[in-house]
Write a protein that binds this ligand. Structure first.
Ligand code: FE2
Ligand code: FE2
Length: 274
């Protein structure tokens, strides 16, 4: 069966072990008989025009592209509650740790021009979709395994970094995993990969992990203000935070989906971080 936007979504959900599309993932303009696909981490109006220019039948983004994928993005942050509870954070404390972040993202989306990108795709008649959380779930399993792969009984934070850096997506990339709190020489201790929760949980979520036994926490990224807040928290003393690097870490989760589409016969043109 030739690829359609719906079939691509199903392939992504199957790879991630999900039964339905999460709030941050969706089809803006449906398409069928897709052979040539323009894929990028961010796809907006300029890239939609590029897709048309290159004769592509679909523009496939990773990050939310507007519409409900942006307006309801805050809902996927909810996933972080379960992740925190898995290390023993009480549910009420886990919900409190994401409350500000969720409200911030809800307001930001509400204030934004949610129809901008989809309106371009509709006017162009260009099939357009994004797959966010499913790819981040696929990537989290790979990143977590790699993070532990070089850590022996007395392993250090540097061993965690080396494990991540050994993934193909990091080869030759100017962005590498970096320890921004603690030290690469510290023992790694208990490692937790806090990704696939919409976005990073900021200082409050990191504090929750650190107070419940996590020694080395892995985030995709963290804003500087949150890092400063975290460094000032007594709960973070002696703990470690490794930033995986947004683009290479995102690629780790997107590449398995693109490989599956290539197996189905699609030709992929990679742009925007891929
Ligand atoms: Fe991602
Ligand atoms: Fe991302």
């Amino acid at each position: 069966m030739p690829l359609s936007t719906e079939k691509i979504l199903q392939i992504a959900l199957d790879l991630a072990g999900l039964t339905e599309a999460p709030a941050d993932t969706g089809i803006q303009v449906s398409g069928a008989h897709l052979e040539k696909i323009l894929a990028g981490i961010d796809i907006g109006p300029a890239e939609l025009l590029l897709a048309r220019h290159l004769g592509c039948g679909l523009a496939l983004a990773h990050h939310p592209t507007g519409g409900s994928t942006s307006l309801d993005f805050h809902k996927v942050i909810e996933r972080q509650v379960g992740q925190m509870m898995s290390v023993g954070v009480p549910e009420a404390a886990a919900r409190a740790a994401i409350a500000e972040l969720q409200e911030n993202r809800r307001l930001t989306a509400n204030n934004g021009n949610y129809g901008h990108n989809p309106s371009f795709a509709k006017a162009l008649g260009m099939p357009y979709m994004n797959v966010h959380l499913p790819c981040d779930i696929i990537g989290r399993a790979i990143l977590d395994k790699a993070a532990r792969s070089k850590v022996g009984p007395n392993g250090t934070v540097q061993d965690v970094i080396d494990g991540i850096a050994s993934l193909p997506e990091y080869q030759g990339d100017p962005v590498q995993p970096v320890c921004v709190l603690g030290s690469p020489d510290n023992p790694a201790g208990a490692i937790f990969t806090a990704t696939a929760g919409g976005t990073n949980g900021g200082a409050e979520v990191a504090k929750a992990y650190f107070t419940h036994g996590v020694d080395t926490l892995l985030y995709f990224h963290l804003a500087y203000d949150n890092l400063k807040k975290l460094r000032a928290m007594p709960e973070a003393a002696g703990k470690n935070l490794v930033l995986l690097g947004h683009m290479p870490a995102d690629r780790v989760g997107i590449n398995p989906l693109l490989a599956a589409l290539e197996k189905e016969g699609a030709q992929i043109i990679r742009i925007s971080g891929l």
